[in-house]
Design a protein around this ligand. Structure first.
Ligand code: BG6
Length: 279
């Protein structure tokens, strides 16, 4: 597949292949392992939006910790615990099916090796369309190419870079959430959303915009096609048990995930787009 002038392939024997995008608007880096965006830095303010763990492995042996993992066709744990958390495409090799420079940026479409996997019976075609412009637009497109309907869940599991999680606020969420650190009890979103402990919440709301506010700047996150927004920070103890997190890493990350967690049903021939746009 011919890459457009703003895109180059970074290849090294021991690390995953990455696409580097450098256009008039931004710099971005996309690992073909996982179809995983690991960097987005707009030229207007030169501020990296995504967080990537200093201890993540970039050798293709394990899902990347940071950036934008693609969770599909399920979110979190499968009912059958032998299947990997967050589905099987974040550990697959993806390939480029389209790559084009336009007046608004660079458009890249990727597809995974296969959409078939243990734990999912649907016949689907999956594509990831990434537009690197002034904003980063990520579209996860699921098409039912079979003769019967199937249900699935998914997430654009973005890790955002924050100066200090203890001085970070979130706005744009309201209503009920499932608290995964409190045996999945249902709780009400606080009016002032701050962070002082492990946080793992499935907000059951299709919020169109959530904003991360740190004292010096804010990051708007726009979502479409979702039924939930997941907010996650592992904090100290959980990080300590994760081989790909540094001790201090949790201080600089906040996951805000545009997600489908309520079993989206897709009829034969139907196409669904899950979209996250990062400003
Ligand atoms: C979040 C989940 O989306 O992802 C958390 O809500 C989970 O429960 C986190 O711990 C990270 O998952 P993983 O599989 O990448 O370690």
């Amino acid at each position: 597949m011919q890459l457009s002038p703003s895109v180059s392939l970074e290849s090294s024997p021991s690390l995953v292949d990455c696409l580097e995008v450098n256009n008039a608007f931004a710099f971005a880096k996309i690992s073909l392992f996982g179809g995983h965006i690991i960097s987005f830095c707009p030229k207007s303010d030169q501020r990296e939006r995504l967080w990537l763990s200093d201890k993540t492995r970039l050798d293709g042996s394990k899902a990347i910790r940071g950036g934008v993992p693609i969770c599909w066709p399920w979110f979190g744990h499968h009912v059958d615990s032998q299947f990997p958390a967050h589905g099987y495409v974040r550990e697959q090799l993806w390939h480029v099916t389209r790559c084009e420079d336009t007046g608004a940026g660079t458009e890249i479409t990727l597809a995974p090796e296969t959409c078939v996997g243990d734990g999912f019976d649907g016949l689907a075609a999956l594509r990831l369309k990434i537009i690197v412009g002034q904003q980063l637009k990520i579209e996860l497109i699921t098409e039912n190419i079979g003769n019967s309907s199937f249900s699935y869940n998914a997430a654009l599991h973005s890790y955002f870079s924050v100066d200090d999680i203890q001085r970070t606020r979130l706005s744009g969420l309201s209503g009920k959430y499932i608290d995964k650190v409190a045996q999945r009890t249902i709780a009400t979103t606080p009016e002032t959303y701050i962070f002082s402990t492990e946080t793992d919440r499935i907000h059951l709301v299709a919020a169109p915009q959530v904003t991360i506010e740190v004292p010096a700047y804010s990051i708007p996150i726009y979502s479409e096609g979702h039924d939930s927004v997941v907010v996650w920070n592992p904090w100290i103890e959980k990080s300590a048990g994760m081989s790909d997190m540094t001790k201090q890493g949790y201080l600089n990350l906040l996951c805000v995930e545009t997600a489908i967690t309520q079993d989206k049903i897709l009829a034969a021939g139907e196409v669904h787009r899950l979209v996250q746009t990062i400003g």
